[in-house]
Design a protein around this ligand. Structure first.
Ligand code: ISL
Length: 569
């Protein structure tokens, strides 16, 4: 496996995210599985990725497609067996590909034995593994308003559910089927450490920790301020980057990674986190997380624990990305455009209609050339786009369905809610992977669990594999460039054309070379401003079409390299 002596392996790595339900189906039941992934490993090896991250594969009632785990140390039968998992790890490792698992430890499924025991009696020793509270004094338990706090969950319901058997409420930041674990309890933390060690001993190479910045809550559980027109209080400051989260993560690393030779990757998903907090999570001196997925470029906080799509403009996007590049210069970034929770990058930031391939390629270029570890979500490497969902019956995701129900109940016209779901629903990222132009896009021989995007007849791996210049070949070139050019990994980031309406341009400067990256994030041709032209003067073209060196065509991008003279600039 590729390892640099001084730098951890993940610095020069590209990670590929697999959403197992939708990647490849090996047994024809219409749901993706581990044998299916194994059969497609050659695709990942051809692309050149260094690691794959699997969204949850453990047993789950699938209230949230596996982000509700009922047994941490097993495989859900729909995905296969532990034997299938071991074979997958072995085959991936044989190709130099590491395997990273999702660690969902903010909450379990309500079907997990821990929760079953906790809810069985108030005095059960496991009661305190979750957050239980009595109803508000003087109010009728189970009636709206009697919840212990005024918090709303991520999924448009109250964050508390009443349990009549023991006459208390339990806390869930997501659905009622996902009760939050009480990390205040050291026994809970030890149990999670054991789970993580168990998977590492089985050969996995790291974890993506789900909503890891939500694991510590303000134990006073105060009510949040209710903004005008909102139903729930603003709970963000009581649970996002909570009071003990840094302590828990330092402990996790010590207890789980301590003494291991090949240090695993630890990347944390951190909705709502700030740059300041991210520096605490990722600073090498603190050693909590290697990198975090922040949300600032994709979502905007509208309060009440909800993040809407951030309105898109190039100056705004560039400012956010550059701020994180500079702000984490002594730390490390996780670079991503989308994942299984977000609309597809080409539909969201690019132009899937008029400039599909060019915009998919250019967006990939600016992602991969920033400083940090790029995460490629399955299908982005061929420019997969949002699905043309028609009616509410076409949606499946719990967040989307709950959002629809709540909005319509509050009087928002259904067509309006549908329009917003088409743009932002998590279902967009979950349609089956498009392998070929055949029935069900080569994803399954059966009936796929989610509709295949009708554009698979044109947009698929098989076609792009045969076509140099395709989005797929471009991803491969970008990954190869990272492996061959140290400046891609370590070069310092500096923004160019800082006021331009359409350009995202920057340099990456290392000891030996300066890379100049210029990208036109618009459908209009642009003339290059002076600072970009000067930076690129006398350089060699590494990637992109040469064309007019004073301009970029619609959605065009180029990467140049200037060798630095020894002893000078
Ligand atoms: O990103 C989102 C879009 O609004 C949120 O819906 C998402 O739920 C949030 O980012 C947290 O995501 C993670 O935890 C959830 C799970 O549903 C997501 O799939 C997961 O990535 C609860 O485990």
């Amino acid at each position: 496996m590729r390892t640099d002596q001084d730098a951890p392996w993940w610095r020069s790595a590209v990670v590929y995210q697999i959403y197992p339900r939708s990647f490849a189906d090996g047994d024809g039941d219409g749901v993706g599985d581990l044998p299916g992934i194994r059969e497609r490993l050659d695709h990942l090896a051809w692309l050149g990725v260094d690691a794959l991250w699997l969204s949850p594969i453990q047993p789950s009632p699938m209230a949230d497609n596996g982000y509700d785990i009922s047994d941490y140390c097993a495989i859900d039968p729909v995905y296969g067996t532990l034997g299938d998992f071991d074979r997958l790890v072995e085959d991936a490792h044989a190709r130099g590909i590491r395997v990273v698992l999702d660690l969902v430890a903010n909450h379990t499924s309500d079907a997990h034995p821990w929760f079953q025991q906790a809810r069985s009696a108030r005095d059960h020793p496991r009661r305190d593994w979750y957050w239980w509270r009595p109803p508000r004094p003087g109010l009728v338990a189970g009636e709206p308003g009697a919840e212990p706090t005024n918090w709303g969950s991520f999924f448009s319901e109250p964050a508390w559910t009443y349990d009549p058997a023991t006459e208390e409420y339990y806390l869930h930041l997501f659905s009622a089927a996902q009760p939050d674990l009480n990390w205040e309890n050291p026994a809970v933390r030890r149990a999670i450490h054991r789970v993580a060690r168990w998977w590492l001993d089985r050969g996995v190479d790291g974890f993506r920790m789900d909503v890891v910045n939500l694991i510590s809550k303000d134990p006073a559980l105060p009510d949040g301020a209710v903004r005008r027109g909102e139903e729930y209080g603003d709970l963000g400051r009581f649970v996002v980057d909570g009071p003990r989260v840094h302590e828990y993560l330092a402990e996790f690393r010590r207890e789980v990674f301590g003494g291991r030779e090949d240090v695993p990757l630890l990347v944390g998903e951190a909705p709502g986190t700030s740059l300041e907090e991210a520096r605490c999570y990722t600073h090498p001196d603190r050693g909590e997380l290697d990198m975090v997925f922040h949300f600032e470029h994709v979502r905007v906080d509208r309060g009440e624990f909800k993040w809407d799509l951030r309105p898109f403009s190039v100056p705004d996007l560039r400012r956010v990305l550059a701020t994180w590049q500079v702000g984490l210069a002594d730390c490390w970034n996780a670079l991503y455009w989308d994942n299984h929770d977000q609309p597809r990058v080409v539909s969201r930031f690019g132009d899937a209609v008029r400039h599909r391939e060019a915009s998919a390629k250019t967006l990939a270029t600016v992602l991969h050339l920033q400083r940090g570890t790029p995460f490629v979500f399955q299908g982005d490497e061929i420019g997969m786009a949002n699905h043309p969902f028609a009616t509410i019956d076409d949606f499946d995701d719990i967040e989307s369905l709950n959002h629809y129900r709540r909005s319509v109940a509050l009087g928002v016209p259904p067509e309006e809610v549908l329009a917003s779901l088409r743009a932002m629903s998590r279902d967009n990222g979950r349609t089956p992977m498009q392998w070929d132009a055949g029935p069900a896009a080569g994803f399954t021989t059966g009936v796929p669990w989610r509709p295949v995007n009708p554009d698979h007849t044109e947009v698929n791996v098989a076609e792009q594999r045969e076509r140099p210049g395709s989005v797929l070949h471009h991803y491969r070139d970008l990954i190869r460039l990272r492996h061959e050019e140290p400046a891609v990994v370590e070069g310092a980031f500096a923004l160019l054309a800082a006021d331009h309406e359409h350009l995202f341009a920057f340099t990456r400067e290392s000891e030996d070379a300066t890379l100049v990256v210029m990208a036109n994030l618009s459908g209009e041709p642009v003339a290059l401003p002076d600072d970009v032209r000067e930076a690129a003067a006398g350089s060699e073209l590494l990637l992109g079409d040469a064309g007019d060196d004073g301009a970029l065509g619609p959605w065009q991008s180029r990467v140049h390299r200037r060798t630095r003279a020894r002893g000078g600039r």
